[in-house]
Design a protein around this ligand. Structure first.
Ligand code: SF4
Length: 340
């Protein structure tokens, strides 16, 4: 049996195309968008302002495409990790992080990743495929807390800029009035700094940007992030310097701290030097040990001293609270596997 095409993940132009193919009036596209993204129906039959005949024609080739998570794991801190059907038989994970008046979902954009960062469980498993816009937006629409979400971060499995077309389309759906009509200020996309695609994100959207930096020294960064050789951090910073992050849009630099590796004052000073003139803040991240990577978490007191040194040099730095470590949901721990 031929599988049906999912409607979620489509933008208005694509829904217009569907309407045309099915012989429906053009306004049916907006109606479909409303059912999919505002009313969040799970069946075509629930789109009750489309005629019965229109729904029947649509259902011949299309389906809404919503898929429930296959499994979940709940942390003692309230974080919930969801497992979704990914692509090519590989699952992906999303992490729901409630925090006072915020409820953030960390979404995946790829099954696995080809960036191969040494400290990351996703990188370890290699690359298995790009998620479609449907596969990404389904994570947002299909978790039980979907309607409570206040923020989306593209920081789950995969490098979002390595699947830039799908990510841009999902941002369009999240922010357009016919979609979820969110402010772009509620969305953050993280990247290792794939330059050409990052430039598209900066030009075509107004979302916040987070760049994984992890070391201010190119040779050291290349040791833990092989992508440094293709996308040197100095080039990434040069690109970012051409954009305005002083008003609505925020830029953050992500810096995982390892004991005795990148946590001394020499690193703090070098970081200050390369970030000088850039309107950004630095998020210092606690490392969570993973099998097969020999570096260890940095002591709390060293992290605090590092943060203070950056702050004294005029760079806003904060230590990011760690969430969901007990369910392997913290930064760098996502592997797309159900736990035994
Ligand atoms: S840290 Fe991000 S870019 Fe690096 S391997 Fe993991 S998922 Fe990919």
């Amino acid at each position: 049996m031929e599988s049906k095409t999912p409607l979620i993940g489509m933008n208005l132009a694509q829904l217009l195309d569907v309407a045309e193919k099915c012989g429906l009036p053009r306004f049916a596209a907006k109606q479909m968008a409303q059912w999919l993204y505002e009313k969040r129906v799970t069946t075509i039959d629930a789109m009750t302002n489309l005629s019965k005949k229109a729904r029947a024609v649509l259902a011949e080739s299309y389906t809404v495409g919503r898929e429930e998570p296959k499994a979940e794991a709940v942390s003692v801190d309230g974080t919930v990790k969801y497992l979704f059907e990914g692509v090519n038989g590989r699952d992906v994970e999303s992490v729901y992080i409630p925090d006072h008046d915020r409820a953030t979902l960390c979404v995946s954009s790829q099954a696995g990743c080809r960036m191969n960062c040494a400290f990351c469980m996703t990188g370890r498993q290699g690359f298995h495929g790009n998620l479609s816009p449907a596969g990404i937006i389904n994570q947002i629409l299909s978790i039980p807390q979907s309607s409570e979400l206040t923020n989306i971060v593209f920081m789950g499995m995969g490098e979002p800029m390595d699947n830039v077309d799908a990510v841009l389309q999902v941002i369009e759906i999240l922010t357009e009035p016919w979609g979820l009509a969110w402010s772009p200020k509620r969305i953050t996309v993280s990247s290792i700094g794939k330059i050409k695609e990052l430039k598209r994100l900066l030009d075509e959207t107004k979302v916040h940007v987070a760049i994984s930096i992890h070391s201010p020294f190119p040779s050291e960064r290349a040791e833990i992030m092989p992508v440094e050789r293709a996308y040197p951090i100095t080039d990434v910073i040069r690109l970012l310097a051409a954009y305005d992050f002083t008003h609505q849009r925020r830029l953050s630099m992500e810096y995982i701290m390892w004991r005795g590796y990148n946590d001394d004052m020499r690193h703090a000073e070098a970081l200050t030097r390369i970030l000088r003139g850039l309107s950004c803040r630095v998020n210092l991240i606690r490392f969570h040990a993973i099998p097969g990577f020999d570096k260890q978490p940095c002591p709390e007191s060293t992290m605090t001293a590092f943060r203070d040194k950056l702050n004294q040099a005029g760079i806003t730095a904060t230590i990011r609270a760690s969430r969901g470590e007990d369910i392997m949901a913290a930064c760098g721990m996502l592997a797309g596997k159900k736990r035994e």
